[in-house]
Design a protein around this ligand. Structure first.
Ligand code: PHE
Length: 341
């Protein structure tokens, strides 16, 4: 019985095993416990001898159990140390950070410049009343810009809601809300039914400027736009005003920037189609009909306004040649610009 017990103890490979072995060889029903109980029934002469032998046997088994228990416990402790070790020098898995879109950054930069000139930032809704988008701005009822081919109408069209095709409705809103004198800039998204290509997007961004005050002239308009262009594109930037037409300005002009790729020297330049100039946006002196529609006295005040392309400005500033990348939503596109434009 002792040999059986000792080899079972040696063969126990885990603390659970050893528990089973202990019950079998040291428990109440183990052979040694039975032997111990039988001693009482022996004749007195044999009792002492038997008691000694069983006692020794129990002692050896007890000692072996204790020793094996200690061995298995220390093995377990070592294993836990290895398995549950924490490497405090290991780098944590990092979740990639999102990046702000360069158009957003560009818009903020432009807003900062305008605020620096003492202008206020204004806003208006992207889903806009046809009245603010066209009527208040002196568009004829049958002006082509109102056509379904250019303008996204919100169903049902009888409700007179459109996705604003330009930020100019904010001119009308601001004059009606704030009155003259007034210097506001609005940066926002606009929508036209243009096909998507390298230089056109059905949704793009404009910076609208409107100044209404006593004695403002075309020179103030040019000075403001030149200042904005210089802040955005650097000292060397060359601009020009080219006569144009908008229902809400008179006279009207288009501002062009000297081509940032060829500087006007390459007749085959792809950026400017060889013209040497890149269109930046429209501008002009606020039409008196618009002032009147917006409760501003045209005898007392004059105003100038402009609407320039923010996406164009970003292309210009960063040398991007394809606008489509700007709306693909790929964070790698954003990341290449860092946190500032
Ligand atoms: N709203 C015009 C456009 O989208 C630009 C513009 C704004 C022109 C202000 C004149 C004055 O093309």
């Amino acid at each position: 019985a002792v040999q059986d017990a000792l080899s079972a103890i040696a063969g126990a490979t885990s603390l659970d095993d050893l528990k089973t072995v202990r019950t079998a060889h040291q428990g109440d029903r183990s052979p040694l416990a039975l032997a111990n109980r039988e001693i009482g029934a022996l004749p007195p002469t044999a009792k002492a001898e038997a008691g000694k032998r069983v006692g020794q046997a129990r002692g050896r088994v007890g000692g072996a159990l204790k020793q094996r228990q200690a061995e298995l416990e220390s093995e377990r402790d070592e294993r836990i140390l290895v398995e549950e070790a924490v490497d405090v020098t290991m780098l944590p898995g990092r979740r990639p950070l999102g990046r702000r879109h360069p158009i957003e950054l560009m818009g903020e930069r432009i807003a900062d410049i305008m605020v620096g000139l003492g202008w206020e930032v204004a806003e208006g809704p992207e889903v806009e009343a046809e009245w603010f988008t066209f009527d208040a701005l002196n568009f004829d009822a049958d002006h082509p810009a109102r056509q379904m081919q250019d303008t996204f109408y919100v169903d049902p069209p009888e409700n007179g809601l459109v996705l604003r095709t330009h930020t100019s409705p904010v001119q009308a809103r601001s004059m009606l809300e704030r009155g003259a004198p007034l210097y506001i800039a609005c940066i926002g998204r606009v929508f036209r039914t243009d096909e998507l290509d390298a230089t056109h997007m059905p949704a793009f961004h404009q910076i609208e400027g409107l100044a209404v005050d006593e004695g403002l002239t075309m020179a103030d308009l040019k000075g403001t736009l030149d200042r904005l262009a210089t802040e955005l594109f650097g000292e060397g930037i060359v601009t020009r005003l080219r006569p144009s037409y908008f229902p809400f300005t008179e006279p009207s002009a288009e501002m062009d920037l000297r081509c940032f790729v060829c500087g006007g020297t390459d007749p085959d330049c792809r950026a400017c189609s060889g013209t040497g100039w890149i269109e930046w946006g429209g501008c002009g002196m606020v039409n008196q009909n618009v002032l009147r529609a917006c409760d501003v006295d045209p005898e007392k005040y004059t105003g100038f306004a402009f609407g320039m392309g923010v996406d164009r400005a970003l292309m210009f500033r960063t040398g991007q040649s394809d606008m489509r990348e700007m709306i693909e939503g790929d964070v790698r596109f954003n990341a290449q610009f860092g946190m500032e434009i």
